[in-house]
Design a protein. Structure first.
Length: 200
């Protein structure tokens, strides 16, 4: 079974080659940031009605990521295995559809199918990373709702912005239609920060 590890940007695969789409990053690069937010709001919120997240750069080992996530979701590995099987079936169908196509030559079909096979593990790994990421986002949402957190502050950088934007999205998709506001501000010590405000 696939485990969490870096893959890379989204590939574009055709009979002409393999290219990578700019801006379509592997969700792996955001998982550590998401876990830092998750642990912070879950452990520190009781003592502070505004969850202020201060980043201390560190690496979370792969086995620790699994352990942390499994402490929130017992069926995570089953979800990952299901995703792996679904993506393998998707790739098999892609190859079959290309082989049955009448609009390209035999050589183009062979080249395209071979490129898909070359990138199979890479693409499955990206799908697995995406599952881990969105499970982490869902865990953050659950802690926010359980503890009725109204504000999360983080330092200003692209990874925190991306993660909080994902959290904002899942909150606004709730049946209660939470009103959220994600903005950048200057803190008391003139540092740039990001704030996610949640209205109940």
């Amino acid at each position: 079974m696939f485990k969490l590890k870096l893959a890379g940007d989204r590939p574009v695969i055709s009979q002409y080659g393999i290219f990578y789409k700019d801006g379509k990053h592997d969700k792996y690069i955001y998982i550590q940031t998401a876990l830092e937010i998750l642990q912070d709001i879950d452990q520190n919120y009781d003592n502070n009605p505004t969850s202020s997240h201060i980043v201390i750069p560190h690496n979370i080992a792969e086995e620790d990521i699994h352990r942390i996530l499994q402490s929130y979701e017992t069926n995570l590995e089953e979800e990952v295995l299901k995703t792996e099987k679904q993506y393998e079936a998707k790739i098999t169908k892609e190859i079959r559809d290309i082989q049955n196509s009448s609009s390209i030559t035999k050589i183009e079909k062979e080249t395209w199918c071979e490129n898909i096979k070359i990138m199979k593990e890479y693409r499955i790994q990206r799908a697995i990373n995406k599952i881990y990421y969105f499970h982490t986002i869902n865990d953050i949402k659950n802690v926010i709702l359980d503890k009725k957190i109204k504000e999360i502050q983080t330092p200003f950088n692209e990874k925190f912005w991306h993660v909080l934007h994902s959290v904002q999205g899942v909150l606004e998709n709730q049946k209660y239609l939470f009103k959220t506001n994600l903005e950048e501000e200057i803190d008391y010590d003139t540092s740039m920060i990001i704030k996610l405000n949640i209205g109940y």
